[in-house]
Ligand binder design. Structure first.
Ligand SMILES: Cc1cc2nc3c(=O)[nH]c(=O)nc-3n(C[C@H](O)[C@H](O)[C@H](O)COP(=O)(O)O)c2cc1C
Length: 126
């Protein structure tokens, strides 16, 4: 399972490092990169631009065929808008929102996230 992620100020990047999983950082200015294996996408929340950039990545070539779902990083102070980009993307591409966490996540977030993702990884190999 590959983790594709976008990170503007480093929180998501730090979370991904803690998972020690295979990863690919989406380039904010050049998001179109091809993947060849099942992947999830972790996105921070800022504005609609984030949804557009990640949509470009997900829609590039055959990437969508490998997309498992989305994970959001945000700040609970944003209340109803918490992780709205990940939620919007999940709706737009009709894929599950697998997990949400604040900032770069806690140790518990890393464990719970991995449990969630592993369910999908093993389901995919059955
Ligand atoms: C200008 C600005 C707008 C933000 N808007 C939201 C938001 O609407 N919803 C949310 O949950 N978090 C929001 N955040 C919090 C970030 O999504 C959060 O800090 C995230 O962990 C950043 O990830 P990154 O450091 O990898 O870019 C905002 C942060 C900033 C600085």
């Amino acid at each position: 399972m590959l983790i594709a992620y976008l990170s503007l100020t480093g929180n998501v990047r730090r979370f991904v490092e803690k998972t020690q999983m295979n990863s690919l950082e989406i380039n904010y200015n050049a998001p179109c990169e091809e993947v060849h294996e099942p992947f999830i996408v972790i996105v921070p929340s800022y504005d609609d631009n984030i949804t557009d950039i990640v949509s470009s990545f997900v829609s590039f070539k055959a990437n969508l065929n490998y997309l498992i779902g989305f994970v959001g990083s945000g700040n609970l102070n944003f209340d109803n808008e918490f992780c709205f980009n990940a939620k919007d993307l999940a709706k737009k591409f009709n894929k599950p929102l697998l997990y949400t966490f604040e900032f770069s996540g806690t140790e518990k977030d890393v464990i719970d996230f991995k449990k969630e993702v592993n369910q999908f990884a093993s389901a995919g190999t059955k």
